[in-house]
Design a protein around this ligand. Structure first.
Ligand code: SF4
Length: 889
């Protein structure tokens, strides 16, 4: 092991009578340090502490210190985060890969025990629970029971992982949502490892990992494959980012919620363009935002496209740590250490403001109540404009803001009978109203706001139509606790917002079935039915296949639209109903003010709740504790299992490097347009009965009721390969209707994508994908890269890529080509029916421009998006994991 390069600035510090050491960055005596954005100081500290002259070099430290000059120069730096966080949908495939890597190392004559995480890994089981039962006091119990019944095999497997792999902690199912648990419990803010203090930082396999930046912890989402490399001790290789300073001034209007603030900021930052950059908040306005508010803003970072939305630690952060039951001595340690290294922020002191790449400003007092939708999180609509906006969407041609409903079908009314009573459904009818998602349920102000609104609504005699699937799925037990203590629970229940579980639920698309009468009416009349949810994503097909319009809104607004039963309402002029005296009740009559909410929050959200709820995490729960897991070093794969299967990634791997191949007459498997999301590439939702995956599961003796979701089947490559691109909304230019179909080009036959890929493979034919802008946006999903690899896809040619997805493709050895600026498939006149060849030079360099040769003689240039030398090394090895295995040998 090479020597620590900065031992001269290692100092000791005494906190509460205990001695610690730390790397004192101020002792670098470099005037550039205090000008660095606080987020960059965290990257610098990691480089200094891990500087071994090998993985992290002195030159890397110099490059980060010289951020002001280097930020626009695409300088590559290594980063070793303090820990890794996973959720079960990504955790299962990660543990499957570890198990398969152990097998491979054993086969290649190495020690399988070497395959172990070297940093702390927290795995929270939160993505598997579904809203099967809603609007019932037993919903929570019943949904949890079904969750265990459906997912038992996966849970046993994860328990094996926690036993067999070092440094891995599992937060059992039913505890809460990963990012909320991270915020309320797991985040250390300052790490204390072997008495060395350093900033907490992390990467997670979920794009909303960014939420933790609200508490001053630098962290972002990476692909599952990249996270596995970090677990194995590899530094992340990244481009030194530009940092946009986002200055907040003013104070939020008392009727506006933090969700409104975040939806406004999301739209604003999207317009500015912050993709690939850090955003760091500063200015006096930050002091008026609680940590929960800041975390909500940081959570939606992937929606505005930045890598992180960072709020450096200040006095408010310490208050939050106290409120959430962290110990006083820990809080003291955090304050003292961060002060010592100049990482503690006073937002009211402009002399502390660092240098930024660019500064943008927002006056918080200008924000109004809003929603986002109907299909994208950054399409903000002021609540006052919702009615006209939705009406316009019905008319507009099909697109992000359009459904193209013919004018004679726009006023169609569909009668349904539910519980022996007749109702009318129409375009705009709300059929799902869900208070869901870590984005909002971690924020007591909006949760209590919803509770107080429910109370006032019930007292005014208002109710929610019973066919609407209403649900409340908090991200931790603490929410239940303070809703109950503050006395609002019975009112929420009266409106149908019973607790249905602790997990992602509707936010991840686990909304469960709609009442049959409702589904039938929607399908028969082709209605644009609506979901209203407090989540952060609303791409078509994500929330529910039958809700074509989905609006993101604050929890109180979710209730408001549930009460209205439609989004076609102008709350200013239209009443929600009448009270017992026959007087109209408007939304403004029941809307709680910020002061009212703060009063209740102060009284009822107390540290004891957090300590009580989180003490149960380590103790587990009855069902979890009763599961018995094997204790072998190598996982005893069960060939009968339809959930956990050894993937073929390393089956043919040799100790030697494979020969590098380019493209030779590759056919286009899919000809796609803009904004193809990872939901399109690797859906997480339910498995359609007529799909390739369903046919496979049926051959394994399963009935449709047992299919479960794609997300829960990520431990089985056979299902996931068949589920790749199996989104019913996928638009492939080769076929006239949306769906998981393509044309097998040699004979023009239309077939399922999986079948076409198999056919090409059997003929030894390479395949590629053509795509438009933002290919792979949406949640980070390693199966969105593994699936295409399994289908034999060698390369993608796109106009641009989502950051994590591009690195996932590289991690699997798929080449991400990018059209040169200003060029597209259309501008080059590509039909997709050409054959594509590219020669890869042996000395290929990062970002190299290469020539694509078409079979008709035409050529065009593309940029090969291997962005760093490390990525090139991964590609040469056939992927990141193969690279890691060869390192182990
Ligand atoms: S799916 Fe929704 S609730 Fe779950 S972690 Fe992601 S944002 Fe949070």
């Amino acid at each position: 092991m090479a020597e620590q390069g900065f031992s001269q600035i290692k100092e000791s510090i005494s906190i509460d009578g205990k001695d610690f050491s730390f790397f004192n960055l101020t002792a670098l005596n470099d005037s550039r340090y205090d000008k660095l954005p606080f987020s960059i100081r965290v990257l610098l500290e990691s480089a200094v502490r891990n500087c071994d002259g090998f993985q992290v070099k002195r030159a890397d430290v110099d490059n980060i210190l010289g951020w002001e000059e280097n930020q626009a120069k695409s300088v590559e730096i290594p980063f070793k985060p303090s820990r890794v966080i996973l959720q079960d949908f990504t955790g299962v495939p990660a543990v499957v890969d570890f198990a398969a890597m152990r097998d491979a190392v054993k086969r290649l004559e190495g020690d399988p025990n070497k395959i172990n995480p070297v940093c702390p890994v927290d795995l929270v089981i939160d993505h598997s629970i579904q809203v099967d039962v809603a609007r019932s006091v037993d919903a929570l119990e019943k949904n949890q029971e079904l969750e265990f019944e459906r997912n038992k095999e996966r849970f046993v497997f994860l328990k094996w992982g926690a036993k067999a792999l070092q440094n891995m902690m599992i937060v059992p199912p039913g505890s809460g949502i990963v990012h909320q648990v991270n915020l309320e419990y797991l985040a250390k803010v300052v790490f204390d490892s072997g008495n060395i203090l350093y900033p907490d930082s992390l990467v997670g396999t979920d794009s909303h990992t960014t939420m933790i930046n609200g508490l001053g912890v630098v962290g972002w989402g990476v692909g599952g494959i990249e996270a596995e490399a970090v677990m194995l001790g590899q530094a992340i290789s990244m481009v030194l980012p530009q940092v946009v300073g986002y200055k907040l001034t003013g104070v939020v209007n008392p009727l506006v919620t933090s969700t409104d603030v975040v939806l406004t900021i999301t739209k604003n930052l999207r317009q500015i363009g912050v993709v690939g950059k850090f955003v760091e908040f500063f200015g006096s306005g930050v002091e008026h935002l609680s940590i929960a508010d800041r975390a909500t803003i940081s959570n939606m970072c992937p929606e505005y496209g930045a890598t992180i939305g960072f709020f450096p630690v200040d006095g408010k952060s310490l208050e939050y740590l106290r409120q959430t039951g962290r110990h006083d001595d820990k809080i003291q340690q955090i304050e003292k250490y961060l002060n010592a290294v100049h990482m503690f922020r006073n937002y009211g002191d402009p002399s502390q403001d660092p240098v930024f790449s660019q500064i943008v400003e927002l006056d918080l007092s200008t924000i109004v109540s809003c929603c986002s939708g109907p299909k994208r999180p950054h399409d903000k609509v002021a609540v006052t404009d919702m009615k006209t906006d939705f009406q316009a969407c019905l008319n507009n041609k099909v697109g992000f803001k359009g459904f193209a409903i013919p004018s004679d079908r726009q006023s169609v009314k569909a009668p349904i009978v539910f519980d022996n009573q007749e109702y009318l459904l129409s375009h705009g009818s709300v059929v799902i109203a869900a208070i869901t998602s870590c984005t909002n349920t971690s924020n007591p102000s909006v949760m209590l706001g919803a509770g107080l609104l429910a109370k006032k609504a019930v007292e005014a005699g208002l109710s929610v139509n019973p066919y609407i699937k209403t649900s409340l799925s908090p991200g931790s037990g603490v929410v239940t606790y303070y809703l109950r203590e503050s006395g609002v629970t019975p009112f929420l229940q009266k409106l149908g917002f019973d607790i249905v579980g602790y997990g992602c639920m509707t936010c991840i698309g686990n909304s469960g079935p709609l009442p049959e009468a409702v589904s039938e009416a929607i399908e028969k009349n082709d209605l644009v039915a609506c979901g209203v949810l407090s989540g952060n994503r609303n791409f078509e097909g994500r929330i529910h296949p039958l809700t074509r319009a989905n609006y993101l809104a604050s929890p109180p607004l979710v209730i408001a639209y549930a009460l209205a039963g439609t989004v076609l309402i102008d709350f200013e002029t239209q009443a929600l109903g009448t009270n017992s005296e026959g007087k109209d009740v408007f939304l403004r009559d029941i809307w709680p003010t910020r002061e009212e909410i703060q009063e209740v929050e102060k009284q009822f959200v107390v540290p004891a709740m957090f300590t009580d709820v989180y003490s149960r995490i380590t103790a587990g729960n009855k069902r979890w504790n009763a599961l018995e897991a094997p204790s072998d070093i190598l996982y005893p794969w069960d060939s009968k299992s339809t959930y956990i299967k050894s993937p073929p990634f390393f089956e043919t791997m040799t100790k030697e490097l494979p020969t590098q191949t380019g493209l030779k007459d590759a056919c286009v498997l899919l000809n796609l347009g803009d904004s193809v999301t990872t939901d399109h590439i690797s859906p997480a939702g339910s498995i359609a009965r007529n799909s390739s995956a369903a046919r496979y599961l049926a051959t394994r003796g399963l009935t449709p009721r047992q299919f479960n979701s794609y997300g829960s089947r990520r431990g089985n490559d056979a299902v996931m390969t068949r589920g790749t691109f199996a989104n019913i909304r996928l638009v492939n230019k080769f076929v006239s209707k949306a769906g998981p179909r393509t044309v097998y080009l040699p004979n023009g036959e239309e077939m399922d994508i999986f079948d076409a890929a198999e056919r090409y493979r059997s003929e030894g034919q390479q395949v590629i994908v053509l795509a438009g802008k933002d290919y792979g946006s949406g949640s980070s999903r390693d199966w969105a890269a593994k699936g295409p690899w399994m289908l034999g896809i060698k390369a993608v040619i796109a106009e641009s890529y989502e950051r994590i997805h591009r690195s996932n493709l590289v991690g699997m050895g798929i080449i991400p080509f990018q059209y040169l600026p200003g060029q597209t498939a259309e501008s080059l006149g590509l039909t997709g029916k050409e054959r594509f060849s590219v020669d890869l030079p042996g000395d290929i360099s990062a970002g190299q421009v290469m020539t694509v040769q078409l079979n008709d003689g035409r050529t065009f240039d593309v940029c090969c998006r291997f962005d760093t030398d490390v990525e090139l090394a991964y590609f040469r090895h056939g992927g990141i994991l193969n690279y890691m295995i060869r390192q182990m040998l």
